[in-house]
Design a protein around this ligand. Sequence first.
Ligand SMILES: C[S@@+](CC[C@H](N)C(=O)[O-])C[C@H]1O[C@@H](n2cnc3c(N)ncnc32)[C@H](O)[C@@H]1O
Length: 133
Amino acid sequence: MVFHTNDIMDVSNGLKEYEVVYLAALVGMNVEEKNRIIDHLAKYMAPGALLMLRSAHGARAFLYPVVDTNDLGGFEVLSVFHPTDEVINSVVIARKYPMVLLPNKCCSDEVQAFKPLSNHGNNMIEELVVEEN
Ligand SMILES: C[S@@+](CC[C@H](N)C(=O)[O-])C[C@H]1O[C@@H](n2cnc3c(N)ncnc32)[C@H](O)[C@@H]1O
């Protein structure tokens, strides 16, 4: 196992090599700092890569910062687990949206995030079912 020590905000294209990024609870000590780091990860992580974040729930938030899943722009939240035993930290697992080229009414070559579980994605699935019938 190889360890690199660096401020995550100084790591950009290197992040693309990893299928999973594990963000420790104290990386970002308040909401603003944590969100800046999450935005940075959304920008540089490989499309489709997994982000595992440690968070906190209830009174445990006195000890560790809480990750609000609404702040995970660029990621699809897959799972949130709040332990009820002696374990302090909650776990959030999210996947960075794959980037695909979608035709756009105003700019045909604009790169957009493909959000398979968003309303748009569901509509696409419904449209496919209609076409099948
Ligand atoms: C409480 S320890 C991690 C404990 C444990 N490894 C875990 O699973 O969360 C928090 C770690 O985050 C690192 N850290 C904090 N801010 C960071 C940043 N901006 N970039 C990289 N590492 C950071 C600290 O150096 C420390 O090693």
